[in-house]
Design a binder for this molecule. Structure first.
Ligand SMILES: [Zn+2]
Length: 158
């Protein structure tokens, strides 16, 4: 069962997606695009305080890849702050918890495309005990946003 695309798993969506220096018209500014997965790396490393190993696990990527994403994010943030560029948070290869499913029987986990119906059973063992990562986080309504108190989902099951 090959994974169609290697998305970075993101357990958070930006509250604000555009930052600009005060008092300068937008047309006079450069713009930096920080992707959602890059910001997730920053969030996990610096707000959650996770080690790169744990953070990589949460995003379902290797530690090396995580390091690269974090490095790229730091460079972009530094560039925006130092040069006074606007910062747009948008895009990237990422999947949100509602698109990620796991099997409670065999612990297999996989993604579906956005808008795809909930899979009835596990592609690996055929069990019907399938949950989305969103269920694991306690549902979108109860998910707390923002800087404090976000516990994350604890990573994909192993
Ligand atoms: Zn299974």
């Amino acid at each position: 069962m090959p994974r169609p695309r290697k998305n970075r798993w993101v357990n958070w969506e930006p509250g604000a997606s555009y930052f600009k220096p005060q008092g300068i018209p937008l047309r006079d500014l450069g713009e930096i695009n920080l992707t959602v997965d890059e910001l997730e790396a920053v969030r996990l490393a610096h707000l959650e305080g996770l080690y790169q190993e744990q953070a990589a696990q949460q995003m379902n990527i290797s530690r090396q890849t995580f390091g690269r994403i974090l490095e790229s994010a730091h460079r972009k943030i530094a560039q925006a702050l130092v040069n006074g560029d606007a910062l747009r948070i948008e895009g990237g290869s990422y999947a949100l918890p509602e698109a990620i499913f796991y099997c409670r029987e065999c612990d297999y986990n996989w993604e579906v495309s956005p808008g795809f119906p909930r899979p009835p059973d596990c592609p690996q063992c055929g069990s019907g005990y399938v949950n989305s990562m969103l269920d694991r986080c306690g549902g979108r309504g109860r998910r707390r946003r923002g800087r404090r108190g976000h516990r994350g989902w604890g990573g994909p099951p192993r």
